[in-house]
Structure formats: structure tokens, C-alpha cells
Ligand binder design. Structure first.
Ligand SMILES: [Zn+2]
Length: 238
């Protein structure tokens, strides 16, 4: 294919821009992938599951406490009732029976009070644990928010760079003959579009060109745009 020296240089520039564009698009896709903050998200999930467990333990403690308190009320009511009965009786055998029950109730009351204190202590340590896990989660949540924000900003920056790259590309394409661009596009779709001959190597495929092919390439007129015998890309000499 025929192409002036300027067109050949423009084509090389187009090849470089297309490489940049595809790199930028790849980075943007990576940044937008759900895997981007997988590590932080994983940590948040782990903390959230510990938080839920702590919440459940707290709920259990509350239920146990309610039960102990209600048992205690029943015992206390029974004690009041027995005490009143004791005052109003003058029969010694009945008084002995009531006193015996009162002793048993006093032991039960003391047991329930111990249980209540133990639950209250446990609830206190569970509340502290819950607060500590909540604080830990808040820190990692903030870390994720910051990471998201940084990624968003990076994406915005890359996209504005991409817009500029596409603008430059359009300018180059408008300067080049349509058939040359179409042919270049076709080559790109098959692999490499354009390379520079540097020494005996094609910069698109990095394969060395043998001496015979190389001297044939060198013998071609300057406005002739040859193809790399290895990868088929346009080969710009010099
Ligand atoms: Zn090549």
C-alpha cells in the first residue's frame, strides 16, 4: 500500500494511541470490577458476622435476665404471702411448716439473685464486646468508603484521559486516507495493526526479519508501506 512519510508516522502514532486506549480501558474495567475491593469487603463480612453473633448473645442474655427476674418476683411474692400467714397463725405446727418453707424460699431467692448478678456481669462484657466489634466495623466501613472514593476518582481521571486519547485518535484518523485506516483496522482485528522496523525487528511482533526479506523491504520505495512478513502488521521503516 502507498503512504507518504507523514502518513506512515501518523499511522505509527495511531498504533501507539490505540495501545494506550486499550490499556486505559483495561485499567478502568479492573477498577470497576467487583473484585476491586474484595479484601476489604471480605473483612467487613467477617466483622459483620461476629457482630451478629454478639448481638444474638446479648439477646439471649436479655431473655435469661427476664426469666430470672420473673422467677425472683414469684419467690418474693411467695415469701410475702408466707410471712403474712406466719404472723396470723397461732398454731405452732403450721408456723413450723411455714418457717420451713420460708427457709427454702430464702435459699431459692439467694440462688436467683446470684444468677441475676452473673447474667448482669455477662451482659456487661457482651455489651463491651459488641461495642468493640461495632467500632472495628466502623473503621473498616470507612476504609471501604475511602477506597471506593479513591477508585471513583481514579476512574474519572482515566475516563477524561481516555476522552482525550479518543480525540487525538479522531484527529489522526481524519488526516489518514480511509482505505489505509480500514486496512489498519482490519489488521488490528487480527492482531497487530502497525509496527516500526527497528534494526531487523518488527516492534509489533518482536520477531526478527530474515536477511533476504529485510533487503527486499529496504529496496522498496519510501512511499511504499510494506507488511511485516511475520505478523502482517504495516511496517514503518525509519
Ligand atoms: Zn511483525
Amino acid at each position: 500500500m502507498k503512504a507518504t512519510q507523514t502518513q506512515q508516522q501518523d499511522l505509527l502514532a495511531l498504533g501507539a494511541i490505540d495501545l494506550e486506549i486499550s490499556r486505559t480501558k483495561k485499567v478502568v474495567a479492573q477498577l470497576q470490577s467487583p473484585e476491586q475491593h474484595a479484601e476489604i469487603s471480605g473483612r467487613i463480612r467477617e466483622i459483620a458476622s461476629r457482630l451478629l453473633m454478639a448481638r444474638n448473645q446479648l439477646d439471649d442474655a436479655k431473655l435469661e435476665l427476664d426469666r430470672a427476674e420473673s422467677d425472683l418476683k414469684i419467690v418474693e411474692a411467695r415469701i410475702s404471702k408466707d410471712q403474712a400467714a406466719l404472723k396470723s397463725t397461732s398454731v405452732p405446727s403450721i408456723a413450723t411448716g411455714i418457717q420451713h418453707e420460708l427457709n427454702t424460699l430464702a435459699r431459692r431467692k439467694s440462688e436467683l439473685e446470684d444468677i441475676e448478678i452473673a447474667i448482669l456481669e455477662r451482659r456487661e462484657s457482651l455489651e463491651a464486646e459488641f461495642a468493640a466489634i461495632s467500632a472495628e466495623k466502623a473503621v473498616v466501613d470507612a476504609e471501604l468508603a475511602t477506597a471506593h472514593q479513591a477508585t471513583e476518582q481514579e476512574i474519572i481521571k482515566l475516563k477524561s484521559g481516555l476522552a482525550l486519547q479518543l480525540q487525538n485518535r479522531d484527529q489522526l484518523v481524519s488526516r489518514l486516507p480511509e482505505d489505509l485506516v480500514a486496512s489498519y483496522q482490519h489488521k488490528i482485528s487480527r492482531g497487530s495493526g502497525v509496527g516500526r522496523l527497528s534494526g531487523r525487528e518488527c516492534s509489533a511482533c518482536h520477531i526478527g526479519i530474515d536477511a533476504v526479506a529485510h533487503s527486499a523491504l529496504s529496496a522498496m520505495p519510501a512511499d511504499e508501506l510494506p507488511e511485516c512478513p511475520e505478523c502482517g502488521a504495516f511496517l514503518v521503516r525509519g
